[in-house]
Design a protein around this ligand. Structure first.
Ligand code: NAI
Length: 333
């Protein structure tokens, strides 16, 4: 199929080209993200391949349909950026990559936690400057601490497993407890998790129910000095409330791979520009905040899997086969 591939970087092309040797689709790469201003680039393409921060709202979907697009193949798991109701009404099929190395994301959440706990990102700079002082680098043993896992899907379960390996007690919160949950995990209501956990890691999707799940009132229930890690979606956390909690010391350490307004920032080199997002810039001023730019998925294994599944989804649609990874509007309710 002829497919317009948006938000492509050199690494996307490399993995897609490699996987496409087995599929033979005609892939046309566009570097800009998909949005109202760029949707006309897709005119005449039956397939559109989009990424996590491409904006597939009703306006863009109508433009795509007018240009002849019938399939949107997301090369990511989350689909909060797609107006699925509109897509369905327009007769556009949406497929995604539901699983691609959940280990990649879980391990990155652990990386954020370990770096923040032992301040290795600060130690790295200090040692390079010949500063061997330990002030400000004091960590704590993870062994014996209580970890709260919010969302026990594929990623949350692996994160829970790893933390259990460190000797942590694992609490979990999920409206749909997993049948694969291990005996060491204890499901509790979110309020209990917030009150008892020393470390809280977010692994739920962004839905109307999880938007600002972590707001001022949720933070008020947490332990003093709690460590908060978010590799889920930026809007699960109310950034303003988190900044207040960092200033008061309520949140002791914060690790983010996702950010509420990341669409304006992430996946681009903005080092020569003035960044106008004051909330984001305020976050970067805290010594106890570690932010990565939505890179948790970015491993060799995950990129290969994403490329293969995306191209297989496109082929299944083209051949009229059953679509294993289709997402429909009723997923949102
Ligand atoms: P999954 O679909 O396997 O699991 C999500 C879990 O969250 C489900 O068990 C669901 O019941 C639960 N959940 C839904 N609402 C909840 C709520 N209100 N409170 C607690 N739990 C709730 O998804 P998976 O693969 O584990 O991914 C989780 C999320 O991680 C994705 O939705 C995506 O937003 C994010 N993600 C981030 C990546 C990154 O690079 N930073 C890469 C891939 C996914």
């Amino acid at each position: 199929m002829r497919v317009a591939v948006f938000s492509t970087k050199a690494y996307d092309r490399r993995f897609l080209e490699q996987a496409n040797q087995a599929f033979g689709h005609e892939l046309v790469y566009f570097e800009p993200p998909l949005m109202a201003e760029t949707a006309t680039l897709a005119a005449g393409f039956r397939g559109v391949c989009a990424f996590v921060n491409d904006r597939l709202d009703h306006q863009v979907l109508r433009q795509l349909q007018a240009g002849g697009t019938e399939l949107i193949a997301l090369r990511c798991a989350g689909f909060n950026n797609v107006d699925l109701v509109e897509a369905e009404q327009l007769g556009i099929t949406v497929v995604r990559v539901p699983a691609y190395s959940p280990h990649a994301v879980a391990e990155h959440a652990v990386a954020l936690l370990l770096s923040l706990n032992r301040m290795t990102f600060r130690a790295y700079n200090r040692v390079r400057e010949g500063n061997f002082s330990l002030d400000g680098l004091l960590g704590f043993d993870l062994c014996g601490k209580t970890v709260g896992v919010v969302g026990t899907g594929k990623i949350g379960l692996i994160f829970a497993d790893i933390m259990h390996g460190f000797g942590c007690t694992v609490l979990a919160s999920d409206p749909v407890p997993s049948p694969d949950a291990k005996a060491f995990m204890r499901y509790v209501p979110l309020e209990v998790l917030l009150a008892e956990a020393d470390i809280i890691s977010l692994h739920c999707p962004l839905t109307p129910q999880t938007h600002h799940l972590i707001d001022a009132s949720a933070i008020a229930r947490m332990k003093e000095g709690v460590v908060l890690i978010n590799t889920g979606r930026g809007r699960v956390v109310d950034t303003k409330a988190v900044i207040d909690a960092l200033k008061s010391g309520k949140i002791g350490r914060l690790g983010l791979d996702v950010y509420e307004e990341e669409e304006q920032l992430f996946f681009q080199d903005l080092s020569q520009r003035v960044i106008g997002d004051d909330l984001f810039m305020r976050l970067t001023t805290f010594p106890n905040v570690l932010i990565t730019g939505h890179q948790a998925f970015f491993t060799h294994e995950a990129m290969s899997q994403i490329a293969e599944t995306t191209l297989a989804n496109i082929r299944a649609f083209e051949q009229g086969d059953a679509l294993l990874h289709q997402i429909c509007a009723d997923r949102l309710v």
